[in-house]
Design a binder for this molecule. Structure first.
Ligand SMILES: C[S@@+](CC[C@H](N)C(=O)[O-])C[C@H]1O[C@@H](n2cnc3c(N)ncnc32)[C@H](O)[C@@H]1O
Length: 252
């Protein structure tokens, strides 16, 4: 099933959807004291949403002793970037080199190709966000940093546009880049392949690559892209029992 306004895919059962709808209503009408709302957001986390947060916590722990920046390829509403920023605040608030950089069109998919198959019933523009969303997200990420030390040094960047151009361009502008954690969530073939090709020379032993759609029959393009850029036989692709679809590998 697709969401109404942004053409995103939801695989939940009807029972789950009914519960999620009620959760949303309860969130929007929360009778909590306003100045206690943020401290009580755990009320609205479910096993599904919490498991993803725990997964990224594990990934962050893996890279704490590895030098380099964090990139997310496919940001959308930016929850993962915000979580990673909070994790940086917990684990290494003084590490000014741990920049967090997110790449997205902020206008949905761009570059659907044959390799993406027909199962997802997506098109260019699917998984869009609301107009101007990147401004809202920039403010949120700024607040995340403001709550931690050395907040006068900006340590995040949102790079808007088609990944085929923006990633090589970013790396040209930042030849110093080493990537310690790369999160792949474009879902589709072309930008994923472009990202993998562009970042390969910037990876080191210990770099962690996270993928949201490997071995996924709804979004085959992500796996095809990985297979074309790296030798799958040489990769140890792992998962954690706490999450269903996210996987990761460590460059060895
Ligand atoms: C599934 S969403 C990302 C979800 C996000 N990582 C999260 O954790 O909520 C996929 C994103 O990839 C972006 N995208 C797809 N094709 C792109 C392209 N060619 N260049 C830049 N971004 C692209 C879309 O705009 C969309 O926001």
């Amino acid at each position: 099933m697709k969401t109404k306004n942004h053409d995103a895919i939801v695989l939940s059962s009807q029972t789950e959807k009914d519960a999620q709808r009620r959760f949303t209503e309860l969130l929007k009408t929360a009778p909590l004291a306003e100045d206690e709302l943020l401290a009580n957001l755990g009320l609205f986390l479910t096993s599904k949403t919490l498991s993803r947060i725990l997964f990224f916590h594990e990934m962050y722990r893996k890279i704490v002793n590895t030098h380099g920046i964090i990139c997310e390829f496919g940001v959308r509403w930016g929850q993962t970037l915000s979580l990673l920023s909070a994790l940086r605040g917990i684990y290494e608030p003084f590490n000014r080199h741990r920049k967090i950089v997110g790449f997205d069109t902020f206008a949905g998919f761009r570059g659907m190709a044959e390799e993406d198959g027909a199962a997802c019933k997506c098109q260019d523009g699917s998984f869009s966000v609301t107009p101007g969303y990147e401004d809202y997200l920039n403010e949120l990420l700024g607040l995340q940093e403001a709550l931690n030390p050395i907040s006068h040094l900006r340590k995040w960047e949102l790079v808007k546009g088609d990944a085929l151009e923006t990633i090589p361009d970013y790396l040209r502008r930042h030849p110093e880049t080493i990537i310690s954690l790369a999160v792949f969530d474009f879902d589709i073939y072309k930008p994923t392949k472009a990202a993998l090709e562009a970042i390969k020379p910037h990876l080191i032993k210990g770099s962690v690559l996270v993928f949201d759609e490997l071995c996924d029959d709804i979004f085959p393009g992500e796996t095809v892209a990985l297979r074309e850029v790296f030798d799958l036989n040489a990769l140890r692709i792992q998962r954690l029992p706490i999450t269903a679809r996210v996987s990761y590998l460590v460059i060895e």
